[in-house]
Ligand binder design. Structure first.
Ligand SMILES: [Zn+2]
Length: 197
């Protein structure tokens, strides 16, 4: 629960780029880390409108290419992917609400400094993340761990689903369970699944 309530403490960066340069980047105060290498790898992926996950061991990365932009977030491995997806979806909404990106990028004297004002919105978003009601916390039993685990589900995943229940694989501690979530965010069964990849 703590991770969800204080997501800001677990974030390494949030980046919004196009194929050529960074439009906006947020990092925790005093962070000197740079993520150019990760961002370059992310930009090589041309697929749009699908979330991609990358586990770097000491950091998780989630990214999506949308509206000709690439949104990326890096966080502690303790943050579940669905929380990071929900965060990026919200940031995308806000960013496109604030700015007419296509028009701004078409200016010949455009400089990325124009997006500095977005910092406050991002900081408000991560501070109030738990109050935005973007995710649901569901408890699932894992027969392997023999324990009840919190599984975070972004609401948009259920609300935009084409059929129910919606399957989701929850990978944790070296194994995975397959959970089926119904329209009302109740889980309708949990199975142990085999993993490859
Ligand atoms: Zn388990």
């Amino acid at each position: 629960m703590a991770v969800y309530k204080n997501i800001a403490e677990f974030l390494e960066f949030i980046n919004i780029s196009n194929d050529n340069f960074t439009l906006f980047e947020w990092k925790p105060a005093r962070s000197m880390r740079r993520f150019d290498l990760d961002l370059n790898i992310v930009k090589e992926n041309p697929i749009t409108d699908i979330f991609f996950h990358k586990d770097k061991g000491n950091m998780k990365i989630v990214y999506i290419r949308k509206h000709n932009l690439i949104y990326t977030v890096g966080a502690s491995p303790r943050v579940q992917y669905q929380l990071l997806e929900a965060l990026l979806e919200y940031i995308d909404l806000l960013f496109n609400d604030f700015y007419d990106i296509e028009v701004i990028l078409s200016y010949s004297d455009f400089s990325p400094g124009i997006f500095n004002g977005f910092k406050e919105s991002v900081e408000n978003t991560i501070r109030d993340f738990a109050d935005l009601d973007l995710v649901k916390r569901i408890l699932v039993e894992c027969r392997v761990c023999n324990t009840v685990l919190p599984l975070f589900i972004k609401k948009s995943m259920i609300e935009n689903a084409e059929s129910y229940p919606v399957p989701i694989v929850y990978e944790h501690r070296g194994h995975a369970i397959l959970c089926f979530i119904d329209k009302n965010f109740h889980h309708r069964g949990v199975e142990l699944v085999n993993i490859s990849g």
